[in-house]
Design a protein around this ligand. Structure first.
Ligand code: BES
Ligand code: ZN
Ligand code: ZN
Length: 474
């Protein structure tokens, strides 16, 4: 259960939070002199039930430090089983907080108050904070804060889906789960299964899913928040419930976390849910390409040439590069069916993006139609604001040319083992019918192996806050 956000009122069982800039006077005598208020250093005074969190040098302050500081306080409250956490109305410099600070404190608290613990014994589950108490002065921003809480709850949904076993979060499961969300949120839903996919010629999606005992799915959700317009924004997501690599099987260590390979689809589902709950004035369609990449006598094979839904043929250079294949069909189908003004696609597409950015930043790619409209700039801004940061990599023509095939129209990889993330993006961009296209490679950010600040270990839900903020900007 998510903590409730309350405005004002002091409580009994409550951890109070105070902030301190580096070098300021220590607010409590009892604090050691060694505590100087360095960035995100904290000190707990149990007799006062106060945590003092350092914010570093005043002139170097970033809004994200408030998310991280709030997370520190909530984690401490969880460890000490304190049910409520209360924030001040100003920093110790005397300056009152405004909307940005309050939003950051609320988000940091809610995002930190999470753990994937359903398989742990009741008495071993970490305790959760029940109430986050913001001061009276935050009341003026109530609506924004409550919207942020809605989005944070949907972030938790993605975390649960990404962290859950792959034998539970299967294509059948995602189908049922999406129908449930669609019903609750009043979204239109259509799900295509094997027979329909065959009729349509979605042979890339079918090829990847051939070794699975469950039918692949193309799941489409629609939200109409602006009936006065026929413009549509399309979201797409990679939903690989498990990625063993297929016949080009992954080594043990690389396979270990591959239940997370459906994070793109979960992100799309959470964005659709958020759009409807926040009543965004936009028309949005979300498409999820869902299957699993397994090993079986029926497995698709390296060097098979597959005729994609677009009619173009693809030489499959590696069965572990399966994400781009399922997305090629989903993107092309969606681009043709919905004629969107923008396609925004999330996928845990490449190990290459993990090597490049680690867990702090996602790869952003924009085709020229998207750049003409400045969509990539708005996405980067949304990244800085939410601190779900993206960094753009190029789709120069040399990259675009290199995915041309010799025996087929396209090959699924570049010609060397370098620049893997760029070739993945270049390949996808061939299937969007020249619609403005943003590809966000979340392989390094959707799942992390060590918890940090307000991000838990395993599924992080990265991308949901980013996309919601971006949608508000366009
Ligand atoms: N699902 C993986 C990408 C991935 C790697 C996600 C690490 C999260 C963490 C993807 O399907 C994959 O296997 N990509 C390969 C492509 C290669 C065979 C060309 C990669 O990037 O290593
Ligand atoms: Zn793979
Ligand atoms: Zn994959």
């Amino acid at each position: 259960m998510q903590a409730k956000i309350q405005f004002s009122g002091s409580r009994k069982d409550c951890l109070s939070v105070a902030f301190m800039f580096e070098g300021m006077m220590r607010p409590f005598e009892a604090m050691p002199e060694s505590f100087t208020g360095k960035k995100l250093e904290s000190f707990y005074l149990p007799e006062h039930k106060v945590i003092v969190v350092g914010l570093g040098k005043e002139e170097e302050l970033k809004i994200d430090y408030y998310r991280r500081a709030a997370a520190k306080a909530v984690k401490l409250a969880m460890a000490y089983k304190i049910a409520e956490v209360q924030f001040p109305d100003k920093g110790l410099d005397g300056n009152s907080f405004g909307k940005k600070e309050f939003l950051a404190l609320a988000e940091g608290s809610l995002l930190a108050n999470y753990s994937f613990d359903k398989y742990k014994a009741e008495d071993a589950k970490p305790s959760r904070v029940k109430e986050i108490i913001l001061p009276e002065t935050a009341k003026g921003f109530r609506e924004s804060i409550e919207s942020a809480a809605v989005v944070c709850e949907n972030v938790s949904m993605v975390r649960d889906l990404v962290s859950e076993n792959s034998d539970i979060v299967t294509p059948d499961f995602i189908d049922g789960f999406s129908r449930k969300i669609a019903k609750e949120c009043g979204l239109k839903i259509e799900v295509l299964e094997k027979a329909e996919l065959e009729k349509l010629g979605m042979n890339c999606l079918l090829a990847v899913g051939r070794a699975s005992t469950q039918s692949p799915r193309l799941i489409m959700l629609e939200y109409n928040g602006d009936p006065s317009s026929n413009e549509k924004i399309m979201l797409a997501g990679k939903g690989m419930c498990f990625d063993s690599g297929g016949l080009d099987i992954k080594p043990r260590d690389s396979m270990l976390e591959m239940r997370m390979d459906m994070a793109g689809a979960a992100t799309v589902l959470a964005i659709m849910k958020s759009a409807s709950e926040l009543k965004l004035k936009k028309n949005i369609v979300g498409i999820m390409a869902v299957t699993e990449n397994l090993v079986d006598a029926k497995s698709y094979r390296p060097k098979d040439i597959i005729k994609s839904y677009s009619g173009k043929t693809v030489e499959n250079m590696d069965t572990d590069a399966e994400g781009r294949l399922v997305l090629a069909d989903a993107l092309n189908y969606g681009a043709k069916k919905f004629g969107p003004k923008l396609i925004m696609e999330f996928s845990t597409l490449t190990g290459s993006i993990v090597s490049t950015f680690g867990s702090h930043v996602a790869g952003l790619f924009a085709n020229s139609a998207a750049k003409e409209k400045g969509f990539e700039k708005k996405m980067s801004e949304a990244g800085l604001e939410t601190y779900e940061r993206v960094w753009e990599l190029p789709l120069f023509e040399e990259y675009l040319d290199e995915v041309s095939g010799e025996r087929s129209d396209f090959r699924s990889l570049g010609k060397t083992r370098y620049n893997g993330a760029i070739f993945g993006a270049a390949f996808l961009s061939k299937f969007v019918e020249d619609k403005p296209f943003l590809h966000i490679d979340i392989a390094g950010t959707a799942h992390i192996e060590e918890a940090k600040d307000y991000m838990p270990k395993d599924g992080t839900g990265f991308g949901v806050r980013l996309a919601v903020e971006f949608l508000k900007k366009i």
